[in-house]
Design a protein. Structure first.
Length: 99
């Protein structure tokens, strides 16, 4: 099971999956070339949602269909300083969001 972790220190954000930097997937959509963010509904949170959903699903097309709903359901509500999401938690949210 993969684990995603976000940390905010000294105004900078870092997001990893299983201890490795999470690929931002700017090749799919370039919402935020300056990096990930969370806790509100902006471009950084959209990039984070896309990156997490894309990595979790390993299906870019499906990720592009679902990441905005995931942003609104999860990313906008993540705690400011530190958070962790498991693959199981992400799967449960995505199952609820299925059309």
């Amino acid at each position: 099971m993969r684990t995603y972790t976000g940390i905010r220190e000294k105004g900078r954000t870092q997001v990893s999956v299983d201890g490795q930097p999470l690929e931002p997937r700017l090749d799919l959509r370039n919402h935020s070339p300056t990096g990930f963010d969370w806790g509100y509904a902006g471009s950084g949170p959209a990039q984070l949602a896309l990156a997490i959903v894309s990595d979790h699903l390993a299906n870019d097309g499906l990720a592009e269909e679902r990441y905005q709903a995931f942003k609104w359901a999860v990313v906008v509500n993540l705690p400011r300083d530190r958070w962790t999401l498991t693959g199981d938690e992400i799967a449960r949210v995505l199952a609820r969001l299925d059309p």
